[in-house]
Write a protein that binds this ligand. Structure first.
Ligand SMILES: C[S@@+](CC[C@H](N)C(=O)[O-])C[C@H]1O[C@@H](n2cnc3c(N)ncnc32)[C@H](O)[C@@H]1O
Length: 390
């Protein structure tokens, strides 16, 4: 058994028996779901909850007496991979943000340019362009947004690079013909189904080298995650989208404004939930989709009207904001206390998802390495899966 497979077995066992911790849906809870954790959670005020939640080491030390195995599993850290020697910006990189540029440079520092390159879900093809400039024989960037393709093509022409765009839906079956055996296929921040497709098609074509940094694990075509590897299918955690979102809840700590907006969003979502339960007469949580932050700059009554429309509910004639916000306030700390426990599984769940992808590639005859390719201050989505056909 490979070392990655051993880690996967241990982690699967832990995640199976701690399911009651990470699978909770805090917005549906009316009380804390863990009697043994209740005293220590209730002893924390909001400032203490926030401080612990933002400090992983402190939060794990606090949890260790009750959940020693969960805390011990965090010792499984992934190695730091190569980093770019510098982040100096060439003229053509104008318009790429500093942190994005650092991610691209760090990703590029981890690949060798022996083969033609396929760049999957490329955006404007910044990574592909850098690799073409660094000496790749040819780069083909797949992207479905025609504007981004046109901008990328224009930049490639200006720089006289052998860099083409293929404007198509990555999920369309014909894109399988883009994968070749003698090739390096790269994907920087390709979302769920898109990177799953990338891995399957590359493996099927026998593509020599792969480098993938996954993101948005929850953006899959079905309701539940179907593990890629045989090992994953045997240890299936039956992950739904709510659980698949957990690894993405890691926030790069924002400033005061970000904190304030998060506070308003949580209060308003809960206040709307109280209101909708009264309108529908059903004591059941009704989730709202993600929405633009500008909706939080008006008042709660306007937000509630927007939310009623979203959910196809009759808009009440008058909305007593104070009443609904007061009810939400009682639930807000409960949600935060439950999230404080759930967040201690963010890394472990992401690791499980990464290992499932890595084991799939091992099963397909690849040598695989897994590590971090860039600093966490550049992006929390910083894991890189590299595979070479043996
Ligand atoms: C998170 S961005 C990453 C872009 C680029 N790799 C980067 O890191 O800057 C994901 C890209 O995938 C593209 N995309 C989304 N769905 C797609 C699909 N079905 N087919 C092709 N491209 C898609 C989006 O337009 C977007 O440019």
């Amino acid at each position: 058994m490979s070392i990655l497979a051993e880690h996967f077995q241990q982690l699967s066992a832990l995640l199976h028996h701690t399911r009651g911790d990470w699978q909770q849906t805090p917005f549906s809870c009316r009380e804390l779901p863990w009697p043994e954790l209740t005293p220590m959670l209730m002893a924390l005020n909001e400032t203490q909850i926030d401080a612990l939640d933002e400090n992983e080491a402190a939060a794990l030390a606090w949890l260790a007496p009750q959940r020693p195995d969960t805390v011990a599993a965090h010792h499984l850290r992934l190695p730091e991979l190569e980093r770019a020697p510098d982040y100096a910006t060439p003229r053509w990189s104008n318009g790429i943000g500093g942190r994005k540029w650092a991610q691209i440079k760090d990703f590029a520092a981890n690949v060798t340019l022996e083969h033609p390159i396929l760049e999957w879900c490329a955006g404007k093809g910044h990574l592909g362009r850098l690799l073409a400039q660094q000496g790749a024989a040819s780069v083909t960037s797949l992207e479905w947004n025609a504007d981004l393709c046109a901008q990328g093509e224009q930049l490639a022409q200006q720089l006289d690079l052998n860099h083409q765009f293929h404007c198509a839906d990555a999920l369309d079956s014909h894109t399988s013909c883009l994968f070749q055996p003698q090739q390096l296929a790269v994907a920087l921040h390709a979302c769920g189904e898109l990177h799953l497709r990338f891995l399957r098609q590359a493996a099927q074509a026998g593509t020599q080298q792969l480098a993938l940094s996954p993101c948005c694990y929850h953006l899959i075509s079905g309701d539940r995650y179907q593990p890629l590897s045989v090992a994953g299918q045997q240890q299936d955690l039956q992950l739904d989208r709510h659980s698949l979102r957990l690894p993405l809840q890691q926030q790069v700590t924002g400033g005061e404004r970000v904190r304030r907006l998060r506070h308003i969003e949580l209060s308003w979502r809960l206040a709307f939930d109280e209101l909708q339960q009264q309108i529908t007469g059903q004591a059941r949580y009704l989730p709202l989709p993600a929405f633009p932050k500008r909706l939080l700059s008006g008042d709660f009554a306007d937000f509630a009207r927007w939310a009623c429309t979203q959910k196809g509910l009759a808009i009440p004639e008058s909305i007593d904001s104070q009443h609904w916000l007061a009810l939400a306030e009682q639930r807000r700390l409960l949600v935060k206390r439950i999230e404080l426990i759930r967040h201690r599984y963010r890394y472990l769940l992401e690791l499980w998802l990464l290992l499932d992808r890595a084991l799939f590639l091992e099963e397909q005859g690849y040598r695989v390495t897994l590590g971090t390719f860039t600093a966490v201050s550049n992006t929390p989505r910083r894991y890189l899966l590299q595979a070479t056909r043996s």
